[in-house]
Design a binder for this molecule. Structure first.
Ligand code: RFL
Length: 406
């Protein structure tokens, strides 16, 4: 619920047209769009600048999202340094099955580590466009978001004082565990799906073993390989939900990865030091609507997709483009249409990606679920991608996020 306005001896409240809570891809993109249009805003971030510029997460970005960043002058670093991927590969039955979606569609993915994108976006917002961003803020609370006079309060990390900032609009971009989700009114509908599956998410100081994403469907569980940079590779291993990363010493990790991703016609994986090892309990959720009075949710604060289909950051960017443009139209021209249609426009792509994530989860995990019926239907789905041009085209469209309309 929204917290009541704070009564304290804090300094006089400040005022901004927009307060953005959270400096992830969503919040920083909204902030940059506002600054480019000359709209004042304040970004509040719980962590330090160094921390958010290093936090490893996503890496696969869709072409339309990069075009959206480019149009807003935010893709300078990305288009110079990112790699392009035009293929992925499914490994099952001990063999590699290459899926050349680039040949099929003429489209590609970009591979650019999330910390690099965040670094570019912070630099552009704070150092180039002169945006106000406050790092390390504590105990952020949203107040009166359902009224016409919302505000956000926080504790200043240097002085320890409570600060109050009044705003016309609050952009809730603080991810899955932020203050915005705490401020949702009772009428918010939250749909959640638990896969009952864990993934051990790994980051290896090792060059990618292929110039494409690898999906390993093995009777012992799923394994994945995704390039991040010429020096770093992300790997995933299916494990029981809630598993302890301590159960996965490096030797066991590499043995399982080599076995689950092994294929007769491919060399073994290039191994390296494992610098991240954490268990993710795979789940998704969607908050509807994405707007409550003057609070506009964007990114993981509004919806989560487990990293199954590499979609979360792409959705965060889509929200941010629509929200940034909608706020600019409202605040500079009095045109409310973008903000009025915001929730509905975002949710169409959100639900489509949720469905694809659930579909792909069955492909990844069906062969090892212990049910021979599901294992059989999963293999049929996989083979269909290589025998039916219509099925291949449908998969490519969803994997790339290129449907004509959402
Ligand atoms: P973020 O990135 O979580 O940013 C939220 C920011 O808010 C801050 N914050 C607060 N600030 C102020 N007050 C509070 N109370 C706050 N609470 C939190 C946080 O410190 C943070 O800086 O959300 P945003 O902007 O919505 O972006 C979402 C993406 O980060 C997320 O969807 C992706 O990382 C998901 N994801 C992937 N998405 C893709 O599109 N492609 C991928 O290849 C991909 N790979 C992944 C992923 C997520 C992963 N994990 C960690 C779950 C791989 C992994 C392993």
């Amino acid at each position: 619920m929204t917290s009541p306005s704070p009564h304290s001896n804090s300094p006089a409240p400040e005022r901004f047209p927009v307060v953005v809570v959270g400096a992830g891809p969503a919040g920083l993109t909204v902030g940059n769009i506002l600054r480019a249009a000359g709209v004042d805003c304040l970004v509040l971030e719980a962590e330090s600048r160094e921390f958010i510029e290093r936090r490893p997460r996503a890496g696969v970005i869709e072409e339309w999202a990069v075009r959206g960043l480019e149009r807003r002058g935010l893709a300078g670093g990305l288009t110079v340094r990112a790699q392009r991927h035009t293929e992925c590969e499914f490994r099952f039955d001990g063999r590699a099955h290459r899926f050349a979606y680039g040949e099929l569609t003429g489209r590609h993915h970009w591979i650019y580590p999330q910390p690099l994108l965040v670094t570019d976006l912070v630099h552009e917002y704070a150092d180039v466009r002169g945006g106000d961003i406050r790092f390390g803020v504590r105990d952020v609370r949203l107040h009166d978001v359902d009224s016409g006079r919302p505000s956000v309060s926080y504790t200043d990390p240097d002085s320890g004082e409570r600060r109050l900032v009044r705003a016309d609009f609050v952009a809730g971009c603080d991810g899955a565990r932020g203050a915005s989700r705490q401020a949702l009114p009772a009428r918010a509908r939250i749909s959640r799906h638990d896969y009952g599956i864990g993934w051990l998410a790994l980051l290896a100081e090792a060059p990618p073993s292929a110039d494409r994403v690898l999906f390993g469907m093995h009777p012992d569980g799923f394994a994945g390989h995704m390039a991040r940079s010429p020096e770093m590779t992300r790997y995933y291993l299916q494990c029981p939900p809630g598993d302890d990363p301590g159960n996965w010493p490096d030797g066991r990790v590499w043995e399982e990865l080599q076995r689950r991703l092994g294929a007769a016609d491919r060399p073994p994986l290039t191994q390296g030091r494992l610098v991240e090892k954490r268990v993710l309990d795979m789940h998704n959720y969607v908050v509807e609507p994405m707007v409550f009075g003057r609070l506009f949710l964007a990114g993981d604060a509004a919806h989560l997709v487990a990293p199954i289909a590499a979609k979360g950051m792409n959705l965060a960017l889509n929200d941010a483009f629509l929200l940034g443009d909608g706020l600019v139209a409202q605040l500079t021209k009095g045109d409310r249409s973008g903000l009025d249609g915001y929730s509905e426009a975002c949710l169409r792509r959100v639900w489509d990606y949720q469905e694809f994530s659930a579909w792909l989860s069955e492909v990844y995990h069906g062969t090892s679920c212990g049910d021979p019926y599901r294992a059989g239907t999963t293999l049929a789905r996989l083979r269909r991608l290589f025998t039916s041009p219509a099925a291949a085209a449908a998969f490519a469209e969803q994997y790339l996020g290129t449907a004509g309309a959402y």
